[in-house]
Design a protein around this ligand. Structure first.
Ligand code: 5GX
Length: 288
């Protein structure tokens, strides 16, 4: 009987610090190499006083608690964490192709074969989370990275919670991805299920294909459009893709299609099932 490896104690001296990879609201991420193994990873450095002022300590605690227990090819690994007097350090998997939203902005919008593959991988990641009763709650392009083979790496579990949830949170940042049930006035707006991630997956699918979010407008108008489910899908979006978007962006959470049904949807099957290689060749040649 093998004794389980003792949890490793990490400290900053173990790492050779490389180039900055990016920055977020509460810190920066650096490319680093662990000296003894040569293992390359990403080190997220968060400043304790900024977290305190921003009321984000709970988020970081949740990110550590939840993400360190997840093991899935489409979820960014959190290998460990440590802290000193002023900073908290998260040792994260290095995603070789960086932040997905930068690719989306550069390409304006993704061809349908690429969007379908990303949506299929997102559905697989969310299915894994939901099976562990975890709701991500903050699905958006800014929280998705791409691995060296272009595969989806869902990250930033700072807003995730254990389902069902009735936490009272102040949401900041974009409203574009909020589901109607979280915008509802009064008491029941804080009782919601993992179906919130299905709504956000619908918004994400739309943004992959169109290049902007479906309810994008002023904050007041965005909230009104979301609560009424008012959006139009441009004519260049294929009928199959439009059908999937419409089945996810349903006001009643219970009537949204399930992640299993997403993975079995004809639009996903068309671009993601091996036997459909021909359609991939055709779509790549026509660029559709
Ligand atoms: C940038 C970039 N270019 N290439 C080629 C790879 C990357 C890359 N970036 C990452 C990153 C990475 C970087 N920034 N961010 C955003 C951020 C930063 C600080 C706090 C919260 C959020 C994530 C990670 Cl975590 C993990 N892996 C990464 N890989």
């Amino acid at each position: 009987y093998e004794q389980p490896a003792p949890p490793k104690q990490f400290h900053l001296g173990m790492f050779e610090i490389g180039r900055p990879l990016g920055k977020g609201k509460f810190g920066r991420v650096y490319l680093v190499r662990e000296r003894s193994s040569g293992f390359v990873c990403a080190l997220k450095v968060l400043h304790k006083n900024e977290l305190k002022h921003g009321g984000a300590e709970t988020q970081v605690r949740r990110e550590i608690e939840i993400q360190s227990n997840l093991r899935h090819p489409n979820i960014l690994r959190l290998f460990g964490h440590f802290h000193d007097s002023k900073r908290i350090f998260l040792i994260l998997e290095f995603a070789g192709k960086g932040e997905l939203y930068k690719h989306l902005r550069r390409e304006q919008r993704f061809p349908e074969w690429k969007a379908a593959q990303y949506v299929a991988q997102m559905a697989a990641a969310l299915k894994y989370c939901h099976k562990k009763h975890i709701i991500h709650r903050d699905i958006k392009p800014e929280n998705i990275l791409l691995g060296i083979h272009g595969e989806i790496k869902l990250s930033d579990f700072g807003w995730s919670v254990h389902a069902p949830s009735n936490r009272r949170e102040t949401l900041c940042g974009t409203l574009d991805y909020l589901p109607p049930e979280m915008l509802k006035p009064g008491r029941d707006k804080n009782v919601y299920s993992n179906k919130v991630d299905l709504w956000s997956l619908g918004v994400l699918t739309y943004e992959f294909l169109v290049g902007e979010a479906p309810f994008e407008d002023t904050p007041v108008m965005t909230q009104r459009k979301i609560s009424r489910g008012e959006m139009t899908v441009p004519a260049f979006v294929s009928p199959l893709a439009k059908d999937l978007i419409k089945r996810l962006l349903v006001l009643d959470p219970e009537k949204r299609i399930s992640l299993d049904e997403v993975q079995e949807h004809p639009w996903i099957i068309k671009y993601c099932v091996k036997g459909e290689r021909a359609s991939m060749r055709e779509s790549k040649s026509t660029g559709s």
